[in-house]
Design a protein around this ligand. Sequence first.
Ligand SMILES: [Zn+2]
Ligand SMILES: [Zn+2]
Length: 696
Amino acid sequence: MKTQLESQLNPSADEREAEKKAKQKRRRKKPAAQASQVPQSSSQNTAGAAPEAPAPTQPPKKKRTSPYPGQVMPSLFSRRAGISSAGSAAASDKAAEAAPAGGKKKKQPSKTKSAQPQKLPITPAPSALTSPAALGRQSSPKRKAGAAVRIISLGGLHEIGKNMTVIEYGADIVVVDCGLAFPDETMPGVDAVIPDVSYLVKNADKVRGIFITHGHEDHTGALPYVLRQLNVPIYGTRLTCGLIRSKLQEHRLLRSTKLHEVRYGDVVEAGCFSVEIIRSNHSIPDACALCIRTPLGNIVHTGDFKIDPTPIDGEMMDLARLGEIGKEGVLALISDSTNAERPGYTKSERTVGAALDRIIASTDKRIIVTTFASNIHRVKQIIDAAEKNGRKVAVSGRSMVNNVNAAIELGVIDVPPNVMVDIQKVRHFPPEQLVIVTTGSQGEPLSALYRMAFADHKNVAIGDNDLVIISASPVPGNEEMVSNVINELMRRGAEVITNKQADIHVSGHCSQEEQKLVIGLTHPRYFLPMHGEMRHMIAHAKTAQAMGVEPENIVLSEIGKVIELSEKGWRFGGSVPSGQILIDGSGIGDVGNVVLRDRKNLAENGLIVVTATLEKGTHRLLAGPELLTRGFVYVKEADELMDHLRAAAKEALVRCCDNNTTDWSSMKNELKDAVSSAVYKKTKRSPIILPMLMEV
Ligand SMILES: [Zn+2]
Ligand SMILES: [Zn+2]
């Protein structure tokens, strides 16, 4: 009986194992096209691409009163006469319909109102549409009397993760970003958390496209799940599209997805909106900000950004363009709040290169550097510093290999010839000739650095001839894991340098002075801090206020709340379904609160299964009761307790028989209660009790 039961219990473990294997298989199945430059070791099997900010998600907050309650403004356009014409860059459907061919606009495809655009409706810049002069010439946009622009965050507020902003006007919706969040300790067994997009699914015929600001997981990670419910065009820049492409390939969604690559300066027509792609700087190449022209005015969405005057690709955020748009008039600025509490400027990425170079030049030890896999420019600097010091570079960790390969193939970075070596061949090189770039900067179990630290890496054994550089800072919540790995590396004799000892990491997010610059240049009427926890959003709100944005025009919203901007002012216009959908394996949203509660309970208190065989009809006890436990006590050392529980179970069953309680569920409840209270009396614990009765 026990063995039968065990096999009934064990499938979950087996399934988990099978699922794990399936996942590994999926991970290994990489696009053949990516197999070039960086030698890829088939043995690599690391945790997924590290996002820049896998902060724990918070459960959706209960209603909270905003410190900046909605107020009706005198007139939306009274302060800035220019705004009313600024929105006119949005190509009017009516105008397009009136002059389908040879109109004054240089637009190729004239869109139909109903269908989602099939062709890529892009105007390369600089175009007549984007120039302020042209904007000034444009007459009335297709503004509908009394209609409001609705801005809804489905994620990314009061959290750093699962970013998604919906902008809606009349019969059109554009979406900015589609990210995931990583599960926190309250979600055992959950792989990822994505936003609830039921509002978009319900309004699928209105959605003109999803614009992705950059390739981090908290902006792209939900795409494979959302696209299954909502097949709309996706727009992104070169590397963003490259990373999305391999993600979609993994999920077998590439063919069915309309993925459009855009360049800086492009303007994409999307229903009544037009969306301009603006260069920005961030900790991943090819990041962009967006100017979304609506019939009521321009909305600038910064995406994640910093202002790096000396970025690795040499191109600074397009502040001039932001200034021009600011002169046209900006209805609302939606901006990155991550570092809103930090005064000053965020340092340039280039400063890290110099520090890395100094460290590499000063030692003969083998160097192992870990950073976020998506920080391609950091990797480029590591490679350059290695080459300068006569060292070869090997890459370890699946996501690192994939991202670096993608970046090289797309031309995002170029790598000097004969520098890269296969991770499997590192043992052939003396320590002073080698730099190993690896995943694991957050101490993630299964990452390459973690496996090195715990002597579980196939090709790298850590010893006292190793210098490990952690070129990242731990995301809040990961400190302990990172510390764990550092301790283990040091135990094996390695020297470890973190951000505390040298300037080997800079943030990808703007500090206060950069936030001020963007607010000053765009001069928005309404300010919506985003991408941050409450404290970050409030700090950002204060900065905006100091920059002259009217306090009543600063909107601290919540996930799912509808912000309505109209000619009368702004107000909260109700809310839409929102929250978190949990992903476990291939299941989307099938793990709910009840399942989570059981998992937590199982993890904390364990499980006791009580089985007994009863005679058919009389319900007389024939065999048992037997007890089987998991995660409760080690049975072999708890004979006395188990005997006691068995006796309690037997007593309950005999009582049922005597009282003629023959209904199955009442018997199970009696049995459960009896064992449960006996356990509690003896141990003060409340494991899950699972009664199983059989009739013969
Ligand atoms: Zn982000
Ligand atoms: Zn980012």
